[in-house]
Design a protein around this ligand. Structure first.
Ligand SMILES: Nc1ncnc2c1ncn2[C@@H]1O[C@H](COP(=O)(O)OP(=O)(O)O)[C@@H](O)[C@H]1O
Ligand SMILES: [Mg+2]
Length: 64
């Protein structure tokens, strides 16, 4: 069920669990593909870690 998952206190780790952030995810994928450095900025608990972890989990090789 989607609703309890949204209120989980931990960062999301899978894009299937990530609400919205489609544009941001596509920008991260483009940066990765072009070898550019990306910086994720935002106030606390707006989903920076969730975005990063979900993104890295769709990459074949990554270090967190
Ligand atoms: N886009 C999102 N989809 C689902 N849950 C989210 C999303 N953004 C934030 N959350 C939830 O909000 C809380 C804070 O997210 P987190 O990734 O830790 O934020 P930050 O790293 O910016 O402080 C967590 O419970 C996380 O699961
Ligand atoms: Mg964080």
């Amino acid at each position: 069920m989607a609703v309890p998952v949204l209120f989980d206190l931990r960062p999301k780790e899978r894009i299937e669990e990530l609400y919205d952030f489609r544009d941001e995810l596509n920008k991260l994928i483009a940066c990765y593909r072009d070898g550019r450095i990306a910086v994720i900025l935002g106030i606390r608990r707006m989903g920076k870690s969730s975005l990063l972890r979900s993104f890295l989990n769709i990459m074949e090789y990554h270090i967190y």
